[in-house]
Design a binder for this molecule. Structure first.
Ligand SMILES: *Cc1c(COP(=O)(O)O)cnc(C)c1O
Length: 395
């Protein structure tokens, strides 16, 4: 369903300088930020240069605090359950390492899991942790019954990626949450491609831990991310790195750990980027995540139908519910070359190799795919332009 009318769309496009120069279908890599996000960052940096970094922080402390509240609003959490990071990998890794899983513990994951998370799990396996992968059925849907069967008394964690970085299918995170909660297993979600694309409500999902990045569908600047850790599980994770922000009352005999999720972050980070992240969330919330999600699905459906009508093109996305990430390949032409041709002609798509989602790619014997990831600010005309180029490349 197209949930955003043309007047509104034109406003969002006018708010985004990049829209006038190119067709940007690499929103799963990094979206074009609204100009107001970049102005926020630049203005803050100038203020720091004029008044001093600490002095500017004190002056802006309420705004910076406000970003924690905005993240909490975005995902339905409380402010004291949010930590800000420079990327999602550090957020995810901090939570995962903090669990200190040991010999005999078991983890369950999915075929769409992101590469960095698999690296963490491979390291855990070296310590004797058992990792079970629940693969999707032949239609690309997640088999909930298999998940339920895979849980044992040793299962400590279900860790899944909601929306994969190189595929259009999405996992039923609320249903998975019900299974996790029923068996009282910790539940951790990689929401990198979710944040800004799809409405997140950590309570409805029933998740304990959730990580996300800013630069993708949230349209925040690069170098931003966040971690949610539910209040009641914060004490079950030990912070990997601690500075004076995490620890109070410090002596050589010990210290008191801070009483909120900020115990997991470090003090020094870019306040300018933090504010940029906050501004991007404000922008998304003002549009409404439900409406964004409907528009993204609408555009992705049009794209898949258009691609399917071009001879020689195969669309790879599977599953009943699909997102804004459209993946395809052109018969007999290397996907990297297809990507290059499109980018040369002003259409930003990306190439997805085996490495981003290795379990998924190996299972489907995909060597590389072209990824067109659409956002609400994209248009039907842009989709048609990409398809015209593809018809020419294919001839
Ligand atoms: C991009 C991505 C990540 C990593 O995020 P960074 O901010 O680059 O660390 C993790 N998981 C998924 C699904 C991603 O798409």
């Amino acid at each position: 369903m197209n949930s955003i009318n043309i007047q509104e769309l034109n406003k969002y496009r006018a708010d985004t300088s990049g829209c006038s120069c190119l067709v940007h279908f690499n929103n799963a890599g990094a979206s074009l930020p609204p100009d107001v996000v970049i102005d926020t960052v630049v203005d803050y940096l100038k203020e720091e240069a004029t008044y001093g970094g600490y002095e500017t922080e004190y002056k802006n402390i309420a705004r910076i605090e406000g970003v924690y509240q905005l993240i909490a609003d975005l995902i339905g959490a409380n402010k004291d359950e949010v930590a800000i990071f420079e990327n999602a990998s550090a957020a995810w890794g901090t939570a995962f390492k903090g669990l200190a899983l040991a010999d005999g513990d078991e983890i369950i994951t999915c075929e769409q899991e992101y590469v960095t998370n698999i690296v963490g799990m491979a390291d855990a396996r070296k310590r004797g942790v058992k990792v079970t992968v629940i693969t999707n059925d032949e239609h690309g849907n997640f088999p909930l019954a298999e998940l339920e069967n895979a849980i044992t008394p040793n299962t400590k964690l279900i860790a899944v990626t909601h929306i994969p970085s190189s595929g259009g299918g999405i996992l039923p995170i609320n249903d998975i949450g019900k299974v996790a909660n029923k068996h009282q297993v910790l539940y951790m979600i990689d929401a990198c491609q979710t944040a800004g694309q799809y409405p997140i409500d950590v309570t409805a999902i029933g998740c304990d831990i959730l990580s996300a990045t800013g630069r993708k569908y949230l349209r925040a600047p690069r170098g931003t991310g966040f971690l949610f850790v539910k209040r009641s599980v914060q004490d079950r994770l030990s912070p990997v790195l601690k500075d004076f922000l995490a620890a109070g009352n410090v002596s050589l005999d010990g210290y008191n750990l801070r009483n909120d999720a900020r115990r997991f972050e470090l003090y020094e980070k870019s306040r300018a980027l933090t504010l940029g992240l906050g501004k991007a969330i404000e922008y998304a919330l003002a549009i409404g995540l439900e409406r964004i999600w409907h528009r993204v699905q609408y555009l992705a459906d049009i794209t898949r139908s258009a691609l399917n009508s071009i001879p020689g093109i195969t669309v790879h996305d599977m599953g009943n519910e699909k997102c804004g990430i459209v993946t395809f390949s052109v018969n007999g032409i290397d996907s990297m070359l297809v990507r290059d041709k499109l980018v040369e002609n002003g259409v930003n798509v990306s190439f997805g190799g085996q490495q981003a989602t290795p379990i998924y790619m190996d299972k489907h014997q995909l060597k590389g795919i072209v990824r067109a990831s659409l956002h609400y600010y994209n248009t039907e005309a842009e989709i048609a332009a990409m398809c015209d180029l593809l018809r020419r490349i294919n001839n």
